[in-house]
Design a protein around this ligand. Structure first.
Ligand code: PMP
Length: 428
C-alpha cells in the first residue's frame, strides 16, 4: 500500500528530525504503535501484532489492575521520596519477602541502569576493589559506569582497564559451562588484582540474555558464585531480564541456579511499563555503603511506582503467571524443537520458561552463526504479525520472550509462523 508506506516514511522523518539518526527503530520499515492489550500490539495502519519481544509489560500490556492502581495513585499522591508513605513501605515489604532472608534492604530507582550503577558503587565500597568481570556480550545499562561494563554497547572496542569480559556459558558450543565460567572469572579476578585494580565483583543476568540466551544446565552459577567469593568479590545478580517470574521456575532467575547473590538489581518488568528499578541487598552491606557514600533518587520508589509494583506482584500471584510461564514455555520449546528437525538453519533451541533462544546457523556441523537468517526471520515474522528480536554476539539467536500471560494457542501460532517463514527462505 503506497499510501501507508508514505505515512510511515513521514513518521520516520519526523522522528529522526527531533531525535537524530542514532534514534533506535525496529524493522526496515518501522511500525507506528497506537495501543496494546494483553499479548497484542495495535499499529496505526490497523494491523495487529502478537508481542513476542516483550520484556517490560510482562504481565500483559495495559493490564487493567496495573492501570487502575496507577490511575488511582497518580490522582491521590505523587511526590518525591522524602516523606513517609505507606504504599512505598508496603511495596518494599512485599518485594523483600520474595527474596532470600539475607537480602533484607531495598533502594528504589527508576531504571535498571541506575540500579546497576549503584550496585557497582556498593561493591566497590564493600571490597575496596575497582575491577568488575562481565560476560562478553553483556548489557547492564546506559550510565557512564555501566556502559563500561556493557561490552554489547561498544562492539569491537577495547574494554575499560578495570573491566574483564569472559565467555558466556554456551552449552551449545562447549560442555560444562559452569566450571568453565567459574575458572574464567577466577582468572580474570586474579588478573585485576595483579594489576593493582582489585576485584569488586562479577555481574551477570542469569539467563545471559544479550549473550544469546544461555540457561542450562540448571545450577551452573553455583561454582561461579563460589569462585567470585573465593576471590573476595561480590556477585551481583542483574534480574532486569530474568526477574519477576519469566523463567517459570521462581520469581527470580538466580533461584533457578540455587545461589544467593550479594546484590540483586531489578528493572523493566517491575512496574509493567511504569519506570521502576531497584537494588536489593543485605542491610549490613547497605549500611557500610551509606557510612562512606550517599544515594538519593528523586523519583525512584515514588508512591505511583510503588502502586504499580504492588499491582504487578498481585497479578503474578493471582494469575499464576510463574506456572503459566513454565507450562507455556515448555510447550513452546517443544514445538520449536519439533520444527527444528525440518529446518537445517535451526542450530539450537534452548530456554527457561518464557525466555527462549532459537539459534540460527549457516552450517549445523560447524555451528556457524547466521545473523542474516535471523534478520530475515525477524522480518518474515513481522509480515506474519509477530514481533520478535535477536540477541547474541552475532545477533543470530532469536530472543523469544512474550508476556507471561501467553497462551498455548499464542505459542502454537509462533511455532507455525516460524515454520512458514523458514520454509520461505532459500536456506530454511
Ligand atoms: N540490565 C539488563 C540485563 C538489561 O537488559 C537492561 C536493559 N536492556 C538493563 C540492565 C538496563 O535497564 P534500563 O534500560 O531500565 O536502564
Amino acid at each position: 500500500d503506497p499510501r501507508a508506506a508514505t505515512a510511515i516514511g513521514q513518521a520516520v522523518e519526523r522522528r529522526l528530525r527531533s531525535f537524530g539518526a542514532g534514534s533506535v527503530l525496529f524493522y526496515q520499515e518501522p511500525i507506528e504503535m497506537v495501543r496494546a492489550e494483553g499479548v497484542w500490539l495495535h499499529a496505526a495502519d490497523g494491523r495487529h501484532y502478537l508481542d513476542v519481544y516483550n520484556n517490560v509489560p510482562s504481565v500483559g500490556h495495559c493490564h487493567p489492575r496495573v492501570v487502575e492502581a496507577v490511575r488511582r495513585q497518580v490522582g491521590t499522591l505523587n511526590i518525591h521520596t522524602r516523606y513517609l508513605n505507606a504504599v512505598v513501605d508496603a511495596y518494599a515489604e512485599r518485594l523483600l519477602a520474595t527474596l532470600p532472608a539475607a537480602i533484607d534492604n531495598l533502594v528504589l530507582t527508576c531504571t535498571g541502569s541506575e540500579a546497576n550503577d549503584l550496585a557497582l558503587r556498593v561493591a566497590r565500597a564493600a571490597t575496596g576493589g575497582q575491577g568488575f568481570v562481565v560476560t562478553r556480550t553483556a548489557y547492564h545499562g546506559n550510565t557512564a559506569a555501566v556502559t563500561d561494563i556493557s561490552p554489547a554497547s561498544r562492539p569491537g572496542r577495547p574494554l575499560a582497564p578495570h573491566v574483564r569480559a569472559v565467555a558466556p556459558p554456551d552449552l551449545y558450543r562447549a560442555p560444562d559451562p559452569g566450571a568453565r565460567l567459574a575458572a574464567a572469572v577466577a582468572e580474570a579476578a586474579a588478573d585485576l588484582k595483579q594489576r593493582g585494580l582489585g576485584f569488586a565483583g562479577f555481574i551477570a543476568d542469569s539467563v545471559f540474555s544479550s549473550d544469546g540466551v544461555h540457561v542450562d544446565p540448571v545450577g551452573l552459577l553455583g561454582p561461579v558464585v563460589e569462585a567470585v567469593r573465593a576471590a573476595s568479590g561480590l556477585f551481583i545478580a542483574d534480574e532486569v531480564q530474568p526477574g519477576f517470574g519469566r523463567t517459570g521456575a521462581a520469581l527470580w532467575g538466580f533461584a533457578r541456579h540455587g545461589v544467593v547473590p550479594d546484590i540483586v538489581t531489578l528493572g523493566k518488568p517491575m512496574g509493567n511499563g511504569f519506570p521502576m528499578g531497584g537494588m536489593a541487598l543485605n542491610a549490613d552491606l547497605l549500611a557500610a555503603f551509606n557510612a562512606e557514600d550517599k544515594y538519593f533518587n528523586t523519583f525512584g520508589g515514588n508512591p505511583v511506582a510503588a502502586a504499580a509494583g504492588l499491582a504487578v506482584l498481585d497479578v503474578i500471584r493471582d494469575e499464576g503467571l510463574i506456572d503459566n510461564a513454565r507450562a507455556v514455555g515448555d510447550h513452546l520449546l517443544q514445538g520449536l524443537r519439533e520444527i527444528a528437525n525440518a529446518h537445517v538453519a535451526i542450530g539450537d533451541v534452548r530456554g527457561a520458561g518464557l525466555f527462549i533462544g532459537l539459534e540460527l546457523v549457516a552450517d549445523r556441523e560447524a555451528r556457524t552463526p547466521a545473523p542474516a537468517i535471523a534478520t530475515a526471520v525477524i522480518e518474515g515474522l513481522r509480515r506474519e504479525g509477530i514481533l520478535i528480536g535477536a540477541a547474541g554476539p552475532h545477533g543470530s539467536t532469536l530472543k523469544i520472550r512474550p508476556p507471561l500471560c501467553f497462551s498455548r494457542d499464542n505459542a502454537d501460532r509462533v511455532v507455525e509462523a516460524c515454520d512458514t517463514v523458514l520454509r520461505g527462505l532459500p536456506v530454511g
